[in-house]
Design a protein around this ligand. Structure first.
Ligand SMILES: NC(=O)c1ccc[n+]([C@@H]2O[C@H](COP(=O)([O-])OP(=O)(O)OC[C@H]3O[C@@H](n4cnc5c(N)ncnc54)[C@H](OP(=O)(O)O)[C@@H]3O)[C@@H](O)[C@H]2O)c1
Length: 319
């Protein structure tokens, strides 16, 4: 039956993820929406009843198989794992995940990484391996300038928590934005000024055509000598070789990286062994069914009723 045809059964949700627990999501959603059909994909043969898809990294070409699809809901805050499907059905609205727990986890990660660099635990970890006892004291946090790229749900929360911990915080976004306690910049023309005044660069941008490869040698050169990079956004924003060059030349002092071009990070990648790089395995933050379900359930209800979604994605902008 085609997209315009009447579905043969009440609306069903299609769940696809190799990382998330389908049973936990089923519990949370079917208890909130009585009668909701719940089907786990990919590759359903009878697909006509599927009206909403809740997905993480669906196989390319998969979503076009569901002719009555009214909404695609992301199981993550980012949507690059959906938009990168060349056969994505056109005109089906997409929504991001906004989960208070995910936001809290991301801010913890950012704060921990910023404090680790600020208090030089990365240096002390290296010293311990050499049994080296050396006094080092940090500057006042108010003189450590943390620059947050991306001031959306995650960037704004991280900026507020960094400011609450005494850092001098500034942010950069696409459009002008006000954040309490932070100086803000926007657009490509203000990027260099933002970078020139950033000691710890935190990237919380989405992966889009405009941000792919943004963290390159020009960005690193615009940072002051001794700056740090914290990247829990997406690996494809970073030009790996440019970072290694900036670290090896001594221009950058260290990097905390959670996301990579290829995941798992290949065993022979130089980041694994680089003394100034901390690798974490894409664990900065995740959506939790218990805390994210109210927002997802509301979007399922909206999709089934043909109403606009919460946290919609602009496919043109790519986020
Ligand atoms: N590592 C992990 O575990 C993990 C977990 C969750 C999320 N993430 C990543 O975090 C990203 C951010 O999530 P979010 O919920 O905060 O997204 P969001 O609410 O959509 O915010 C995106 C921010 O980036 C800015 N931006 C987008 N394109 C830009 C550009 N070309 N130049 C300058 N600024 C630009 C936006 O500017 P405007 O304010 O002007 O629109 C906005 O402030 C996700 O896309 C995902 O990749 C990673």
């Amino acid at each position: 039956m085609g997209r315009r045809g009447k579905p043969s059964a009440p609306g069903a949700l299609l769940f696809i993820s190799h990382l998330d627990d389908p049973a936990a999501w089923k519990r949370e959603l079917t208890s909130r929406i009585p009668g909701l059909g719940y089907r786990v994909g990919p590759g359903l043969t009878d697909a006509d009843d599927v009206e909403v898809a809740l997905v993480w990294a669906p196989p390319p070409g998969e979503l076009k198989r569901y002719p009555n699809l009214k909404a695609i809901l992301s199981l993550g805050a980012g949507v690059d794992h959906i938009l990168n499907d060349p056969e994505l059905p056109r005109g089906v609205p997409i929504a991001r995940l906004v989960d208070p727990m995910l936001t809290r986890l991301m801010s913890e990660y950012v704060l921990l990484a910023a404090l680790r660099h600020h208090r030089e635990f990365d240096v002390f970890e290296r010293h311990q391996r050499r049994r080296l006892w050396e006094y080092r004291f940090p500057p006042d946090a108010a003189r450590r300038r943390v620059g947050v790229m991306g001031l959306g749900v995650l960037g704004a929360d991280a900026a507020a928590k960094l400011a609450a911990n005494g850092f001098a915080v500034q942010g950069w976004s696409r459009r002008p934005k006000r954040i309490a306690g932070a100086r803000t910049y926007h657009g490509p023309r203000q990027l260099e000024r933002f970078l020139n005044a950033t000691d710890v660069l935190v990237c919380l941008l989405p992966l889009t055509p405009a941000t792919r490869g943004l963290l390159d040698r020009r960005v690193f050169a615009a940072l002051p000598k001794g700056a740090f990079l914290v990247n829990p956004s997406r690996g494809a924003l970073l030009v790996d070789d440019d970072l290694i060059e900036a670290l090896d030349s001594g221009h950058l002092a260290g990097a905390t990286l959670d996301v990579f071009h290829r995941e798992p990070l290949p065993r022979d990648h130089p980041f694994w062994r680089h003394p100034k790089v901390l690798v974490t395995p894409h664990i900065a933050a995740a959506g939790y069914p218990e805390t994210a379900a109210p927002q997802v359930a509301e979007n399922v209800r909206r999709a089934l009723a043909g109403r606009p979604l919460l946290h919609p994605v602009d496919p043109e902008a790519g986020y």
